[in-house]
Design a protein around this ligand. Structure first.
Ligand SMILES: *Cc1c(COP(=O)(O)O)cnc(C)c1O
Length: 227
């Protein structure tokens, strides 16, 4: 698995100092994670709770920071609340309330990102502007003490149309700036824009990304059948 090490080193060398790489290890075995870790990679992204828990347990490495990047069902928050580093995919008040409740049980404050629907495609999860504002204005949200919203996350369309992808990233950046001004003006921790994957991370960084979530160009193609 030397290629994984090499890919990590080459990718990290291309990133500006302020951009964090989350290596998306979903569907790949723990040996792949170990190879990346040996190259100095500490942040890993998984999109399924069960898979993240298994890997967390098997690796049992307290230096590894686990990012939940996929759609999260409320009833599964309890399995990751003790150890998850950041939840990128918050898309409802109900989910945020559950994260808060489970974080409290472990005496933690869990970092979260609001996921926005920025792609023109139908299939992607995420909030629209109005839904997000509704959450932030609600009394229920204001009472939460064990979650910390650190920024926004989004996925661009899966498309060769660079202009389209760039525009979607621009949209997320402008949402971030507006929210920072309107809701998080006094919160220095509200500073993250999680956008950019294997096919579009360079564009994402040009458009202000602070966290890229990259899988296949590090670990190779995913084979869902072998899982
Ligand atoms: C799988 C996934 C990624 C990484 O995708 P690649 O194209 O393999 O880099 C990033 N973000 C989310 C939310 C994902 O599910």
């Amino acid at each position: 698995m030397d290629y994984i090490k090499q890919n990590i080193i080459e990718l990290q060398a291309q990133l500006p100092a302020w951009v964090k790489l989350v290596a998306v290890s979903k569907t790949h075995p723990i040996e792949a994670i170990k190879a990346a870790y040996d190259a100095g990679q500490l942040d890993f992204g998984e999109n399924k709770v069960q898979e993240m828990c298994n890997k967390h347990e098997q690796l049992s490495n307290p230096n590894i920071r686990w990012h939940l990047i996929g759609h999260l069902q409320t009833n599964k928050v309890k399995y990751i609340a003790e150890f998850v580093e950041m939840i990128h995919s918050v898309d409802s008040l109900r989910l945020l309330e559950e994260i808060d409740k489970q974080a409290k049980k472990h005496n933690r404050i869990i970092d979260c990102l609001l996921q926005f629907h920025i792609a023109t495609e139908e299939t992607k999860f995420g909030l629209d502007l109005e839904e997000a504002e509704q959450i932030l204005r609600s009394e229920n949200y204001k009472n939460l003490q064990n979650v910390r919203i650190c920024g926004v996350m989004g996925m661009a369309s899966y498309s060769d149309d660079i202009k389209l992808v760039r525009n979607e990233f621009k949209t997320l950046n402008s949402i971030f700036l507006a929210f920072k001004e309107n809701y998080f003006a006094s919160c220095p921790h509200f500073k993250e824009i999680s956008m950019g994957m294997s096919g579009d991370w360079k564009i994402a960084i040009e458009e202000g990304s602070t966290i890229i979530r990259v899988g296949s160009i590090i670990f190779g193609q995913r084979n869902y059948n072998l899982k």
